[in-house]
Ligand binder design. Structure first.
Ligand SMILES: NC(=O)c1ccc[n+]([C@@H]2O[C@H](COP(=O)([O-])OP(=O)(O)OC[C@H]3O[C@@H](n4cnc5c(N)ncnc54)[C@H](OP(=O)(O)O)[C@@H]3O)[C@@H](O)[C@H]2O)c1
Length: 245
């Protein structure tokens, strides 16, 4: 795929903490923000009905808003980046809608590139720990007091990653909602005489906004339902191919 010369035209679904950060970083990622949706559902419905000249929607809104707005974005053949968490119960439905419309979607509970690296490290750790029954496993996540869903989407994804890596014993998952923590995830294994801890700690929410903007650029023109891992693997494979030429 050729590098895009024209700026990518984006609609922001949600103009809260994350929406505003995406807006502030947009131009440095070759993205121009063409509109924003907020909590006014009637205004949203009207705006989505006459949606034109938008390449990708970036959704950082609420769990309830995702299944409401997504079908309208699909009808408008707009690719979508979903950063909002807590809407997993609708995954099958939204995937069908996306497939029928032939759009591209990147959905991730955590758009930080570091979090994707962390998940890969956790996967390997869980694979190794699966052979060592005496090490109890846990996931702990800490977020700011205003975060609504718990456990976080990222903690649930880490749990799936550990299961997929072969860890069959109990994983204790816990959450704290406190102060203004942007996001901390800790994975640990505790043995009789020692403890292993792995931590991903977000110091600045801009890491999520930058990752979502990268995902928007990557997904436009692709069809299918993707994760951040898909994006990073595609890029890594492309870089490897280029190095071998
Ligand atoms: N994937 C990631 O990397 C990542 C990172 C951080 C956060 N998140 C998730 O992103 C979501 C948003 O986080 P935030 O901190 O930005 O929350 P926030 O500050 O509370 O902002 C939520 C926004 O959603 C808007 N909204 C409410 N109902 C809507 C509707 N029906 N349609 C469109 N927009 C609507 C609100 O509009 P008004 O301004 O008009 O009230 C508000 O602007 C949360 O689910 C959070 O867990 C994900």
């Amino acid at each position: 795929m050729k590098d895009r010369v024209e700026p990518l035209r984006v609609l922001l679904v949600g103009r809260g903490r994350m929406g505003r950060l995406v807006e502030s970083l947009a131009s440095s990622h070759g993205v121009v923000v063409k509109g924003m949706l907020g909590h006014d559902r009637e205004a949203n419905a009207a705006a989505l009905e006459r949606l034109e000249g938008i390449d990708v929607a970036i959704d950082f809104s609420t769990a309830e808003a995702v299944p409401e707005n997504f079908p309208r974005l699909a009808v408008a053949r707009c690719d979508v980046v979903i950063g909002t968490t807590g809407w997993q119960a609708y995954t099958d439905l939204l995937r069908r809608i996306a497939a029928d419309a032939g759009i591209g979607v990147v959905a991730a509970p955590n758009f930080s590139i570091g979090a994707s690296l962390f998940a890969a490290i956790v996967s390997r750790a869980a694979e190794l720990a699966s052979e060592q029954e005496e090490y109890g496993a846990w996931i702990h996540e800490r977020h700011h007091a205003a975060k609504k869903d718990a456990p976080s989407g990222t903690a649930l994804a880490l749990e799936r990653t550990m299961r997929d890596a072969g860890l069959t014993r109990a994983i204790d998952v816990s959450s704290s909602r406190v102060g203004s923590v942007p996001g901390l995830h800790e994975v640990g294994f505790d043995g009789r005489f020692d403890t292993i801890t792995l931590t991903h700690n977000v110091r600045d929410r801009r890491t999520f906004a930058a990752g979502a903007l990268e995902a928007a650029r990557w997904v436009h023109g692709r069809q299918g339902w993707f994760s951040m891992r898909d994006m990073l693997m595609t890029r890594a494979n492309a870089a490897q191919g280029a190095n071998q030429r």
